[in-house]
Design a binder for this molecule. Structure first.
Ligand SMILES: Nc1ncnc2c1ncn2[C@@H]1O[C@H](COP(=O)(O)OP(=O)(O)OP(=O)(O)O)[C@@H](O)[C@H]1O
Length: 251
């Protein structure tokens, strides 16, 4: 992509994205670009189209028109599975961890199969998996809970575990739908810390309603309204935008 005279490669380039449900455009000619190592947050009133944008990117919903390029690959023609393999991970609002398994086991079963170079040397693979599980557990603040059954974790710890189950697959882009909903204040602070920690190797696209959390994490914010961008930029600019105050923040 050429902007001015500068050649720029975005991790994610969404252009003219539209989806129509029986003539109703839930997402309407939407364009935005996410950089490598960026935390981008989508905010906006109920029904603005935020979840639908994530559904389109992960292939759950088919676009009516427009383009979603991820590292130059067109995602709109790919299946959800191919999109995961291309490096896009998505966490839904409700955790989908296995309650009767331990933290270790939940992470272990999420480790991508068939990606190892060790082939039949199972013991080497086991060591690599264990090392990776431990590293991810540390990132998600659960290193000392590796052998705890997931059902005994707090709500926040369960959310972190699910983020860990995505991280172990090493997606380049992580999409999170309201990750701090239902969390305590201290868990929210730690989640912000977690996201800042992982962006050295990932970009993150988050839907969120908690404005304090948005301020803590967002490099840039998109305000969505009726399927279109109402405002975009740094949180400081966006939160003082009269249009945003009128349709969203003022309520
Ligand atoms: N599969 C579908 N069929 C028909 N309409 C849909 C479908 N999915 C979403 N919509 C509609 O598209 C609009 C946008 O919904 P969406 O869930 O993306 O909004 P949102 O911004 O995520 O809202 P919230 O903050 O309440 O989660 C809503 O009017 C919704 O009813």
């Amino acid at each position: 992509m050429v902007i001015g005279d500068v050649q720029k490669d975005f991790l994610l380039a969404v252009e003219g994205l539209t989806v129509s449900f029986d003539g109703f455009k839930a997402v309407n000619d939407l364009s935005f670009y996410v950089d490598e190592n960026e935390i981008r947050v989508i905010i906006g009133p109920n029904g603005a189209g935020k979840t639908t944008v994530l559904d389109l990117i992960c292939g759950k919903t088919e676009a009516t028109s427009g383009s979603i390029k991820f590292r130059g690959q067109e995602l709109t023609h790919m299946t959800p599975n191919q999109i995961v393999l291309a490096g896009v991970g998505r966490k839904f609002q409700t955790p989908s961890i296995y309650d009767d398994l331990t933290v270790f086991e939940n992470l272990e079963i999420s480790y991508p199969r068939g990606r190892t170079v060790f082939g039949a040397l199972t013991f080497k693979r086991d060591a690599a998996v264990r090392e990776r599980v431990e590293a991810v557990a540390e990132t998600i603040f659960l290193k000392d809970r590796l052998h705890t059954s997931a059902e005994l974790l707090s709500h926040g710890q369960k959310q972190w575990l699910e983020i860990g189950m995505l991280l172990i697959q090493e997606p380049a882009l992580l999409m999170l739908d309201e990750p701090v909903a239902g969390m305590s204040v201290s868990e929210r602070v730690k989640t912000a810390e977690l996201l800042h920690g992982i962006i050295k190797n990932h970009s993150v696209l988050v839907i969120e309603h908690d404005m304090k959390f948005v301020e803590d994490i967002a490099h840039k914010v998109i305000v969505l309204h009726q399927g279109r961008i109402l405002s975009e930029g740094k949180m400081d600019k966006v939160k003082n935008d009269p249009k945003v105050i009128e349709v969203y923040l003022g309520h």
